[in-house]
Design a protein around this ligand. Structure first.
Ligand code: MF3
Ligand code: CO
Length: 269
C-alpha cells in the first residue's frame, strides 16, 4: 500500500465512496487523452465556425465526421450501441441524444446542443456546446446563459478531496434560483480509456455526497437544464432522442475535466 492507498482506504472506512485506483489516470494516459481532447475541441470549433440558419443537422454530422477523420480520429458516437450518426444534435425541446437528420433545418431562433465525442489512438474525449441560431428569444437566451453559468459554478467546486455532490449542488442551486429544473436520470460519466466509465455523475445530489474527488479522476460535467419540468420521454421511433415531457426548452453544456493536485483542469469544452 502506498500513501494514496492508505488515504483512500481510510476514507472508505469512514463510509465515503472512493474511486477504484483504475479510475485514476497515469501521466502517460493523461498525455494521450489530452491529445484526444484537443481534437475534440477542434471539432467543436469547426462546428462553431460553420453552424448557421438554413443548415440541416445532418450537415453538422458531416462536418464532424469529415473533420474528425481528416485528423486521424473516429467519432465515438458512430455505431455506439447502435447510434447511427457521428454527433448528437439536440434542438430546442430535445434534451440530449438528438440524431442528425437531413430533414431537420436549423431556423433563426433555435437553440441547439452539439455534443462531440472523439476517439484518438484509442483514447476518448467528450464535450458539448450550445449554439443560438440568429436572434433568439430572451427566454431562450437566458436558458443558455444560465446553463453555461451552472457548468462554470460546478467546475469551481471540482477540487481534490471534495465530492461529486459539491458540483451537483452548485449546479442544481443556480438552476433552481433561476426557476429551472435539472434532469435527474441522465448525467455525466467518467471518461478517457472508455466512452463511459464510472462514476455516474448526477447533478441533483447534495453537497458532500457521492464519490470523493481524487487527482487523476476524469469525468464530464454536463447538466441538462429544463425551463419547465425535468421529466422526459424517449422517442419510440428511434429509441434515442430524449425530449422534454412538457415541450419546454432544454439546454446542456458539457466540459470534460481532470482532477489535479490543486484543482481541476478542463480538457475539452
Ligand atoms: N456525448 C454523450 C454523452 O455525453 C454520448 C451520447 S451516446 C451517443 O455521454 F451514442 F448518443 F452518442
Ligand atoms: Co458525456
Amino acid at each position: 500500500m502506498d500513501k494514496l492507498d492508505i488515504r483512500l482506504w481510510t476514507l472508505a472506512a469512514k463510509g465515503e465512496i472512493v474511486p477504484d485506483r483504475s479510475l485514476l489516470k497515469t501521466p502517460e494516459q493523461i498525455r494521450a487523452i489530452k491529445k484526444s481532447a484537443d481534437l475534440n475541441t477542434a471539432v467543436l470549433d469547426h462546428v462553431a465556425a460553420h453552424i448557421r440558419a438554413g443548415m440541416s443537422t445532418d450537415e453538422i454530422d458531416r462536418l464532424v465526421y469529415d473533420f474528425t477523420v481528416a485528423h486521424g480520429g473516429v467519432p465515438a458516437p458512430l455505431n455506439y450501441e447502435g447510434f447511427p450518426k457521428s454527433v448528437c444534435t439536440s434542438v430546442n425541446n430535445v434534451i440530449c441524444h438528438g440524431i442528425p437528420d437531413e430533414g431537420e433545418i436549423l431556423q433563426e431562433g433555435d437553440i441547439v446542443n452539439v455534443d462531440v465525442s472523439t476517439i484518438l489512438d484509442g483514447y476518448y474525449s467528450d464535450a458539448s456546446r450550445m449554439f443560438t441560431i440568429g436572434r433568439v428569444s430572451p427566454r431562450a437566451e437566458k436558458l443558455v446563459r444560465v446553463t453555461k453559468e451552472c457548468v462554470e459554478l460546478g467546475l469551481a467546486q471540482a477540487r481534490p478531496w471534495g465530492h461529486l455532490g459539491d458540483i451537483a449542488w452548485a449546479i442544481n442551486t443556480h438552476a433552481r434560483e433561476n426557476g429551472y429544473s435539472v434532469v435527474e436520470d441522465i448525467g455525466g460519466h467518467g471518461i478517457g480509456l472508455e466512452f463511459h466509465e464510472e462514476p455516474f455523475v448526477s447533478y441533483v445530489t447534495p453537497k458532500g455526497s457521492e464519490m470523493v474527488l481524487v487527482p487523476g479522476m476524469m469525468f464530464t460535467i454536463e447538466p441538462m437544464i429544463n425551463e419547465g419540468s425535468p421529466d422526459f420521454f424517449i422517442d419510440e421511433d428511434n429509441g434515442w432522442t430524449v425530449c422534454t415531457i412538457d415541450d419546454g426548452l432544454s439546454a446542456q453544456v458539457e466540459y470534460m475535466v481532470l482532477i489535479t493536485e490543486d484543482g481541476a483542469e478542463v480538457l475539452s469544452k
